[in-house]
Ligand binder design. Structure first.
Ligand code: NBP
Length: 467
């Protein structure tokens, strides 16, 4: 009998199946378009694969309790597949959704299947094609006991960071998919921050692609070391004809929706994730290419002025990017913190940081520091308050201010960087301007206000002041 069934043989499914098979797991494979099954068998011919040509055949090929992983397009396909599988499943079987499903769908499906005594695991998988093949980061959510039946397989196939598997049980029902969603939100923000720094260096500093390649390769040797910085350095190497490929790529960024989910969710929960929000907005704006071209001819741009040396600009950029990245991860963890309260999960933040250290798109050296800070200062309300990070922010914040000034004076759009700076300034402001907002609310709507010098709720008859 086979140990696990995998349905959905597109990019992620095939590579995860191969990864499992390479780790000695006997995998039954199935795909809705059955010709794909033969193509996969022909191309890979793995001794641990068994091709099955119907849902029934797939289920019957598996040892009990059956473990079936779905790697299909998120949304309706998952619900349809569940209904197709249900007639063949028995109590105790374990159905796993490894796609990017919306966590509320996962909560609903888990409840629906648990009423039928079928376990449902919502598992976030990150790392794209290469990750799936060589070792992804895995974020499993659902019934803990059921998870133990697949824990060994998932830990074996996952990426390893510092000899630890990048796979830890996250929590109940939709928590694994939630953490994956927040991971993707951070990913959007991280990419936007890098792209803003690229524009500053290119437009204000006048750095060539060769110079940019060297800068990013150099940064990948220090505190900024990460997958996204590494691939950015690689991108600047690629020539195309007489120029570089990067310069010929249309500046319209696509998205599949997980960044939008993160933002909608943060708004619902009342958590400020402004860096992630700016990143999603920047992608929307990037798609207004023809309008942007028109407006570029209507509105004057300021002269780009570099008042420091190129080397100094690169150093400012390095430290500013680091501070902005800290804010973006801090916002992501703040959202997770609120989510555990709202959805009744117990999330282990240092473990989540450890998962992110390998296999996934946001893997970065400084996740070690995040994990260490969250371990040493358990319960810290915000990563920014942790000793290690507050020291870095205090040290480098003036550089972020300086580079923002340069960008603003030169008319370079830096929405995510400035959101990071604004978040810090808002967060470190003991006395904000919200007293005035409360006064306005009370003025036009009698919404009442609290006072700093007295307990209770107050209303003032503002309309009487001009009589
Ligand atoms: P896709 O997201 O492109 O989905 C294609 C697969 O879904 C095919 O196997 C297709 O079968 C199957 N499928 C569809 Br569409 N509708 C179906 C239905 N009603 N019943 C059964 N199967 C159906 O594949 P992917 O890019 O490999 O991603 C798989 C999952 O992993 C997604 O949820 C994705 O968001 C997530 N993910 C992707 C990445 C990535 O880098 N691509 C990374 C992390 C997570 P067919 O061949 O018959 O059309």
């Amino acid at each position: 009998m086979q140990e696990i069934g995998l349905i959905g043989l597109s990019v992620m499914g095939v590579n995860l199946a191969l990864n499992m098979a390479d780790h000695g797991v006997k995998v039954s494979i199935f795909n809705r378009t059955v010709s794909v099954i033969d193509e996969v068998m022909e191309k890979y011919d793995h001794p641990n694969f068994r091709a099955t040509y119907s849902i029934e055949e797939l289920v019957k090929s598996l040892s009990r309790p059956r473990k079936i992983m779905m790697m299909v397009k998120a949304g309706q396909p998952v619900d349809m597949l569940i209904e197709q599988l249900l007639p063949y499943l028995e109590a105790g079987d374990i159905l796993i959704d490894g796609g990017n499903s919306f966590f509320k769908d996962t909560i609903r499906r888990e409840k629906y299947l648990s009423e039928k005594n079928i376990f449902y695991l919502g598992v976030g998988v990150s790392g794209g094609e290469e990750g799936a093949r060589r070792g992804p980061a895995i974020m499993p959510g659902g019934n803990r006991t059921a998870y133990q039946a697949v824990e060994q397989i998932f830990e074996n196939i996952s990426a390893k960071a510092y000899d630890e598997p990048c796979c830890r049980y996250i929590g109940e029902d939709g928590s694994g998919h939630y953490v994956k969603m927040v991971h993707n939100g951070i990913e959007y923000a991280d990419m936007q921050l890098i792209s803003e720094i690229y524009m500053i260096l290119k437009e204000i500093g006048g750095l060539s692609n060769d110079e940019l390649q060297q800068v990013f390769a150099g940064w990948n040797q220090n505190e900024l070391e990460s997958y996204l910085i590494e691939i950015t350095a690689d991108i600047f190497k690629v020539k195309d004809g007489d120029g570089y490929l990067v310069d010929k790529i249309l500046d319209k960024a696509s998205q599949k929706g997980t960044g939008k989910w993160t933002n909608l969710e943060a708004i619902d929960l009342g958590v400020d994730i402004s860096v992630i929000t700016s990143a999603v907005n920047a992608r929307y704006m990037s798609n207004l290419k023809s309008e942007r071209v028109k407006v570029s001819e209507m509105l004057d741009a300021p002269a780009k002025t570099l008042t420091i040396t190129k080397e100094e600009l690169v150093e400012l950029a390095r430290h500013s990017l680091y501070v902005a990245k800290i804010v973006c991860y801090a916002q992501g963890f703040k959202l997770l913190d609120k989510a555990q309260e709202v959805y009744n999960w117990t999330l282990n933040f240092d473990e989540i940081a450890r998962i992110f250290r390998g296999g996934c798109i946001i893997r970065a050296k400084f996740l070690n520091d995040i994990a260490a800070a969250l371990t040493m200062e358990k319960g810290v309300q915000n990563l920014i308050m942790a000793h290690f990070f507050r020291n870095i922010i205090n040290q480098h914040l003036p550089k972020l201010r300086e580079i923002m000034t340069l960008a603003v004076q030169s008319g370079i759009a830096v929405p995510a960087m400035s959101a990071a700076l604004a978040y810090i300034d808002t967060y470190r402001t003991a006395d904000s301007g919200a007293n005035l907002i409360q006064a306005q609310r009370d003025y036009f709507g009698a919404h009442t206000f609290e006072r700093t010098d007295q307990e209770g709720s107050f209303h003032y008859d503002w309309t009487g002041i001009n009589e």
